[in-house]
Design a protein. Structure first.
Length: 102
């Protein structure tokens, strides 16, 4: 049995971002749903998203509006991650920042 998604909106400076944390099975269903509505994105991108366990940023638009409505997100940007992947996502971001600094 899956746990309901955790949804929260945060202010990051001048940007408001909705976050959704969900079980792996729900995340995989969401990725499949996004894949079916965005045929112009290469399959390799969806494989990478599924493997990483997070979607860093989705912007509200015609093709994505229903995902914002599904989770009750009122702002125009959202990120999604698999429950338990927070540390992994944070470490990837820190390593990316360190690489940019070099």
């Amino acid at each position: 049995m899956s746990t309901p998604p955790y949804v929260k909106e945060f202010d990051l400076g001048d940007i408001r971002v909705g976050t959704v944390v969900m079980d792996r099975s729900d995340f995989d269903k969401l990725v499949d749903d996004i894949r079916s509505s965005m045929a112009d994105i290469p399959p390799e991108a969806f494989e990478a998203i599924t493997k990483a366990g997070h979607i860093p940023l989705i912007t509200r638009g015609t093709k994505t509006e229903r995902f914002f409505q599904r989770y009750g997100i009122k702002c125009d940007k959202m990120g999604v991650m698999v429950r338990g992947h927070g540390r992994q996502v944070l470490m990837a971001a820190i390593l990316g920042l360190e690489a940019d600094a070099d």
